[in-house]
Design a protein around this ligand. Structure first.
Ligand code: IVH
Length: 667
């Protein structure tokens, strides 16, 4: 082996060890800066000497090629589920049943039940060869490329004494902190929020772009070893061996010798689990001896040697007063339960989401029912059931999903494969019209100086029906409205004039074309340059564009196929709005910040924070909210928060002032 190869190998080994210490043991042994420097050194060597490429190198965890379609793989051992129980009595039954069936001493291993997405990792000769989701239990999706980005999953097992062919099962989880960060980001981007970390983890695993998966910081906790030549004849022993192979086996598993041991474990973790970094929803109990497991065997769906005990979510009972249906800007109709206010996990709950028609039907809800409300891992409380015994003979009216729009009476439709109902009357349904106008005026779109109530007033007075009508408003129109004086009217007219300077990409975003958020609008503007060229673009042309999928493309094509939209655009054009990208913006776009992840903090004097966000994007960089190891530098204005400063210092992240930053771009 030559010197270079030896150096590369030793760096890989060292970095793997650091990763393991950090992600599996949660006990970092080097500073992040040192880690990053070593990683950089390895990257440079690997790029210079591609002959030493290794797919399992720590440099390869950032995500590889796009996955077109996940391959279906048959599980060697089916992935079964567990019987659920909810009470101590059920646990006692399980214990006694097991004792009777075995008729000899036995041990029970108690573990936490992690609330994520189950995964099976297949290691062949110590290398991660395949990672498969549960799917229907018999066959699942091959998500290996995505799983390889999870730092706590070793690409190579440690040591020598692992079987040639071994399967390790466990749960992929998105830690609470990452879940919160991700949802905050989505809120800013006007993307739908994830209801809980499990949905977020599952959505992430199905991403076709492993690079996005790598950014989301998934974790994996493992709890089951399967194979022909296992090192131990107990479940516990095999988990201990797997821990030595470098896998992340939770250290909270316990061997229980009695029912009392089990109850103590449950009681302790019912409280303590709230301090864990990931979501758990119960306890899993497993017979420890593999021989005894075989003796007990399986039912059609689940093993007889294991059971899940689910924690009681915080729950309250309260009467259902009514159900209302809200229509959003996109026409989606959301059912909302109006409840008699009730205290739940420290807050008063008055409303709960009912999600969609299927959920309502499944609950068999009647007005006046005593319903159970739960706050589990969800953000919005949800109704999980009805106290049927509390029903009196005077049963209230059955709750039905409405057939017609509550606002415009148009029959609703439900697109195939979607759970939601929509009102199709885009151009005639008041909340949709008002919602679109409101969206158009928001700060990050046209920044026109009015709030939702004003839009409502103008609409009710019959002054506006679409965004182009705003530009036809006159002083006397405005003065005809309640609470308007000349001064406010003049301010408004001025901000209308100002809005004509708003760059094309923001106008495009403001139009509110479905699925065209800020980022997509920018991309479309940069690629197609003008509204006319975008209007001419075919499905093929659109989907050729980076990160524009068929869903967005279809929506764009549909928008321009509607003559009413064309009329609005022509009127906006005539009023002088920017309908093409300026040469300045096009020229200003460079790759100077390519690959850089930048956090903005503090207040600035030369540009606003939003402008800096745009500048970073224009120069090919990426703006993120929180400081992490990945942050390239912090663009810091005045009064940067102390928490961020401290974190930056700890991670060794560079701080760049406003002046330095602007100079950087000029160079
Ligand atoms: S053991 C045959 N252990 O719960 C037994 N499962 O309904 C295989 N889960 O699909 C599962 N934590 O996704 C096991 N400590 C744990 C678990 C666990 C979470 C999930 C798993 C499984 C489901 C069972």
């Amino acid at each position: 082996m030559d010197e270079i190869e030896a150096k590369i190998q030793s760096l890989r080994k060292e970095l793997e060890q650091y990763n393991y210490n950090y992600y599996v043991l949660s006990a970092p042994t080097v500073s992040d800066r040192e880690f990053d420097e070593k990683m950089k050194e390895l990257e440079v060597l690997e790029n210079t000497y591609p002959e030493y490429f290794d797919p399992d190198s720590p440099t390869q965890r950032v995500g590889s090629d796009l996955t077109k379609e996940f391959l279906q793989v048959e599980h060697k051992y089916p992935m079964l589920s567990l019987g659920n129980t909810y009470s101590e009595d059920d646990v006692r039954d399980f214990y006694e049943r097991t004792a009777r069936a075995l008729n000899e001493p036995f041990e029970i291993v108690a573990e936490l039940k992690y609330d994520g997405v189950s995964i099976s990792l297949i290691y062949k000769n110590g290398r991660l060869s395949q990672a498969v989701t549960r799917g229907d239990g018999v066959r699942g999706d091959d998500v290996t490329a995505n799983i390889r980005t999870i730092r706590s999953i070793p690409l190579k097992l440690h040591g020598m004494d692992f079987p040639d062919d071994v399967e390790i099962r466990g749960e992929v989880l998105l830690p609470w902190s990452e879940f919160d960060r991700l949802n905050k980001e989505r809120e800013e981007q006007e993307e739908p929020l994830f209801a809980n970390p499990r949905n977020a983890a599952s959505g992430t695993l199905k991403q076709q772009n492993p690079a996005i998966v790598a950014e989301r910081k998934l974790d994996a906790y493992l709890y089951y070893v399967l194979g022909e030549n296992l090192p131990s004849d107990t479940h516990y022993g095999n988990l201990e061996a797997a821990r030595k192979w470098g896998l992340k086996i939770p250290d909270v598993i316990r061997i229980c010798h009695s029912l009392q041991d089990i109850f103590d474990y449950i009681k302790y973790w019912d409280v303590e689990r709230k301090n864990l970094p990931v979501a758990t929803d119960g306890i899993v109990l497993k017979v420890n001896s593999l021989r005894q497991q075989r003796n007990l065997g399986y039912t059609a769906k689940s093993p007889r040697w294991a059971i899940a005990y689910k924690f009681q979510a915080e729950r309250a009972r309260t009467p259902l007063n009514s159900v209302s249906f809200q229509v959003g800007r996109t026409g989606a109709v959301t059912p909302v339960a109006n409840l008699e206010p009730v205290l739940l996990a420290g807050t008063v709950v008055k409303r709960a989401s009912l999600h969609n028609a299927d959920i309502i039907a499944g609950l068999d809800l009647h007005i006046g029912d005593q319903v159970y409300v739960e706050k589990g891992g969800e953000i919005i409380p949800k109704i999980v059931g009805v106290d049927v015994d509390a029903r009196t003979s005077a049963l209230g009216e059955k709750v039905q999903f409405i057939k017609n729009c509550p606002e415009c009476n148009t029959p609703l439709y439900r697109p195939e494969g979607e759970a939601a109902h929509y009102c199709p009357n885009e151009s005639g349904c008041p909340p949709q019209i008002k919602g679109r106008i409101e969206h158009f005026t928001t700060r990050r779109a046209m920044n026109i100086n009015i709030g939702p109530e004003t839009v409502e007033d103008m609409y009710d007075a019959g002054l506006i029906r679409n965004v182009a009508d705003l530009y036809d408003l006159t002083m006397s129109d405005l003065l005809s409205l309640d609470r308007w004086a000349e001064k406010s009217a003049r301010n408004f007219l001025e901000s209308l004039q100002e809005s004509k300077k708003v760059p094309f990409e923001r106008v495009l975003y403001g139009l509110g074309i479905r699925y065209v958020g800020e980022t997509v609008a920018k991309r479309l503007a940069y690629v197609f340059h003008s509204i006319d060229q975008l209007r001419e673009a075919s499905m093929e042309k659109l989907t050729e564009t980076n990160e524009i999928g068929s869903r967005i493309a279809e929506s764009v094509v549909k928008y321009f196929a509607d003559s009413r939209n064309i009329e609005i655009i022509e009127r906006l054009k005539a009023h002088g709005l920017q309908m093409e990208i300026t040469a300045e913006v096009l020229a200003g776009r460079s790759d100077k910040l390519k690959g850089q992840t930048i956090v903005i903090s503090g207040t600035f004097s030369k540009h606003s924070r939003d402008e800096y966000k745009d500048i970073i994007e224009q120069y090919g960089g990426k703006n993120t909210g929180s400081v992490s190891k990945k942050t390239s530098f912090i663009l810091a204005g005045e009064n940067m928060g102390p928490a961020k400063l401290e974190k930056a210092a700890k991670l060794g992240v560079r701080i760049v002032s406003e002046e330095e930053f602007l100079k950087m771009l000029e160079e």
